[in-house]
Ligand binder design. Structure first.
Ligand code: CA
Length: 229
């Protein structure tokens, strides 16, 4: 799979179900973190910044609906897709009626193949590079399947970190990323890297993007970070 490994948070109180999801999502190339209840889910969301959340409705104490509602009211987590799991289709109707903001609903028992397709569908929308999509911005083309980058017709040589940086920028052109956000997204939260490292790799990315004499598409936003314009 892609060099960009999306993180999936699985929130499920039944261990067997949790492990089935973990096994299959890892086999698809995802990084998986799990939570057994709603409270733990909210902590894991803060700690791990997942790219997508698979959330069981029936959880002890804090229900999946309540977790979803909280996530969808916070600015930081609003855009993270949530796939809600439910035991019966009538529950799904109720969940829809409650307007929790869940992005998709899956009824148990579900087929693993269908679940993986639903996860990928959500990520195609929010993290297209992580599921091997081809991204285009002006004359820059990044193919996350083959790991190739072109500017116009010319191939660009990029290191793996610069590739992940560029993919991040190309998923949301114009968005200004802080160094900390780029560290989280590109290096991962478990790794300690100095924020100046980001500047070094941005420098390399700029050089790579301009290697055939094209203009520099990267913008430094003073006191904030970087964006692709
Ligand atoms: Ca449950």
């Amino acid at each position: 799979m892609s060099v960009i490994k999306p993180t999936v948070l699985v929130v499920e109180d039944e261990q067997a179900q949790r492990e089935v999801l973990r096994y299959n999502l890892e086999a698809e190339g995802f990084r998986v973190v799990t939570a057994e209840n709603g409270e733990e889910a909210l902590i894991k969301v803060d700690e791990e910044s997942p790219d997508i959340i698979v959330l069981d409705w029936m959880l002890p104490n804090l229900s999946g609906i309540e977790v979803c509602r909280q996530l969808k009211t916070r600015t930081k987590t609003r855009a993270v897709p949530v796939i809600m799991l439910s035991a019966r289709s009538e529950e799904v109707d109720r969940v829809r009626g409650l307007e929790t903001g869940a992005d998709d609903y899956v009824v148990k028992p579900y087929s693993v193949i269908e679940m993986m397709a639903r996860v990928r569908a959500q990520l195609r929308r929010t993290r297209p590079a992580s599921v091997g999509q081809k991204l285009t911005h002006n004359n820059i083309v990044l193919d996350a399947e083959t790991h190739k980058v072109f500017r116009g017709e010319k191939p660009l040589k990029l290191g793996p970190t610069e590739f992940r940086l560029l993919a991040t920028f190309m998923e949301k052109p114009g968005r200004v990323w802080s160094r900390e956000q780029l560290l989280d997204r590109v290096w991962g939260r478990d790794i300690y890297v100095d924020t100046r490292t980001v500047d070094v790799h941005i420098g390399r990315l700029r050089k790579a993007l301009c290697q055939h004499g094209d203009s520099d598409p990267m913008r430094t936003v003073r006191g904030t970070g970087y964006s692709l314009d």
